[in-house]
Design a protein around this ligand. Structure first.
Ligand SMILES: Cc1cc2nc3c(=O)[nH]c(=O)nc-3n(C[C@H](O)[C@H](O)[C@H](O)COP(=O)(O)OP(=O)(O)OC[C@H]3O[C@@H](n4cnc5c(N)ncnc54)[C@H](O)[C@@H]3O)c2cc1C
Length: 480
């Protein structure tokens, strides 16, 4: 193929003048039809109706323009798609829900997993086997029927597999650790097209790497996770007036580290959009949202622990009380509908008075900035400890996680990252040496992902990568 020819199958977004052949190798006519005959799910090539819909993201700020998309229905489809991609020189990307598209997987073969909905719960062993397309809500509901809970994050609309491979920090995190700490086995298709079932006993090094190394080693087709013996929570969120931010954030930094591991909590300055759907006290307002989850049965103790924060500011609205384990979305109240978001995070080793002052100076409610959410989450507890079977999850040295979200729209494409990165720079003196993969936000390339890990973890991950994916077939998204 010459560099000046525009091949039929290429998406226009990747048509550079000079780097075409390195981005998207060509494949012979009929090759896509051959792939169609090998898989049960639909196959789309660039230019086909339905491709854009097949690879649509939840975070619509990033849109994928793969060369080919395969809507996998089973592990065999995934294996066939990976083998076909390798044979035709395409890299492989994967998407379940589109909640975490850190960059466009342009020119890839993208496997979408949302048709892979197998889910079974074994209440006696307290485990669930979850296929690649399943979102957390179904797991929470199925587990709750047996008095069990999954280690879901702030939104149950997120995919179990993608979330867990990046660590997975949720409202039971300080008590039980990262979701990745409770994976018992994984089914994964590697670059050689093989479906392997891996565990600590069968392939310990790969098993270590995949739990925390995200999609670098293959496409996970199913995951076996442990469920926690938690029947209910004392949890919810309280919105305070924005003017209370200085007092609340300073109290939070002193109060939160005194809490037992049963409590997970975060606080966020929220600039709410003027949307009709929002209740009037929040619509268009800047407020402070305290999120609180107590994973115990002693409700009086849960209230006693919360009280130093509750008495501090003007409460606009909120609820903290008993909830079922499949109602945890009410804690953070994350948006449900797809939206264009710019995200960026940082882990802090410490949150002294000066750090809170720096955050308020750069992002407090007194200034108008295009950042919807500035969140500080308490880490520590089980999140700070290696699990029984250690894994590659970075971030255990963090005392607090900071996460920013702003509008990811073209009109503000320069401004939002400039303001957001400026805010994070103000916190740089207290930065921890690692970063949580799931909170990286948009990344410019592998260097930024690699910097999330400690050097010794990164070296070990790269060694595993060289062994199982020497040609770098899985080099999109969170690639190291
Ligand atoms: C509203 C919202 C709330 C969130 N809350 C939390 C939270 O509380 N805690 C937390 O830890 N994270 C949280 N996240 C981050 C989330 O965990 C990541 O964005 C995660 O990557 C989403 O996975 P997904 O499969 O749903 O998304 P997708 O965009 O479909 O996938 C993202 C990436 O996951 C990997 N991946 C997905 N499926 C597979 C597979 N089968 N095999 C291999 N790799 C795969 C790939 O690298 C892929 O690029 C939140 C994100 C959003 C948007």
């Amino acid at each position: 193929m010459s560099l000046t020819e525009k091949p039929e199958h290429l998406p226009s977004a990747v048509l550079g003048d000079t780097v075409l052949d390195t981005l998207v190798p060509s494949f012979p006519a009929g090759a896509v039809d051959a792939l169609r005959s090998q898989v049960h799910g639909p196959v789309y090539a660039a230019g086909d109706d339905g491709l854009a819909e097949e690879v649509a993201t939840w975070n619509v700020a990033i849109q994928h323009t793969p060369a080919v998309a395969v809507g996998a229905t089973c592990a065999a489809d995934v294996a066939a798609a990976v083998s076909w991609a390798v044979a035709h020189g395409l890299g492989v990307a994967v998407q379940a829900t589109g909640h975490g598209p850190v960059r466009n997987a342009a020119g890839s073969l993208m496997i979408t997993t949302r048709r892979m909905q197998g889910l079974s719960v074994d209440p006696d062993r307290r485990t669930a086997r979850v296929e690649a397309g399943v979102k957390w809500l179904r797991v929470l509901e199925a587990a709750a029927d047996h008095g069990l809970a999954g280690l879901c994050g702030s939104s149950s609309d997120v995919g179990v597999v993608g979330y867990t491979l990046g660590g997975g920090m949720g409202s039971l995190g300080r008590k039980f650790g990262f979701a990745a700490d409770h994976v018992q086995a994984l089914e994964i298709v590697t670059a050689d097209g093989r479906l392997r079932r891996i565990s600590a006993d069968t392939e310990p090094e790969l098993f270590w790497a995949v739990r925390g190394g995200k999609g670098n080693f293959g496409i996970v087709t199913a995951i076996e996770i442990e469920l926690m013996p938690v029947e209910s929570l004392y949890a919810g969120g309280i919105f305070f007036a924005g003017d209370d931010a200085p007092a609340l954030l300073h109290r939070f930094r002193q109060w939160a580290p005194t809490l037992p591991d049963e409590v997970s909590t975060s606080i966020a300055i929220m600039r709410m959009p003027p949307m009709e759907e929002l209740p009037p006290p929040l619509r268009g307002q800047t407020v402070v949202h305290l999120r609180y989850a107590y994973a115990g049965t002693d409700h009086a103790e849960a209230e006693r622990l919360l009280s130093p924060m509750k008495v501090l500011g003007t409460i606009v609205m909120g609820y903290v009380g008993p909830i079922r384990t499949d109602e945890t979305d009410s804690i953070h109240m994350d948006p449900v509908d797809p939206m264009p978001a710019w995200e960026k995070g940082m882990l802090l080793a410490d949150l002294p008075e000066e750090a809170v002052d720096a955050l308020l100076d750069a992002g407090g409610p007194q200034i108008e900035i295009p950042i919807f959410m500035t969140e500080i989450r308490l880490m520590g507890g089980a999140l700070g400890r290696q699990p029984k079977v250690p894994n590659a999850v970075p971030g255990r040295s963090g005392a607090f996680a900071v996460e920013l979200i702003g509008p990811g729209i073209p009109e503000l494409a320069q401004v939002v990252p400039m303001v957001g990165n400026g805010l994070l720079r103000a916190l740089a003196p207290w930065k921890a040496p690692e970063m949580m993969i799931n909170f990286l936000g948009e990344v410019s390339g592998p260097g930024e992902v690699a910097a999330a890990y400690r050097p010794e973890t990164l070296d070990r991950l790269r060694e595993v990568k060289r062994a199982v994916d020497p040609a770098g077939v899985f080099s999109f998204g969170y690639a190291i």
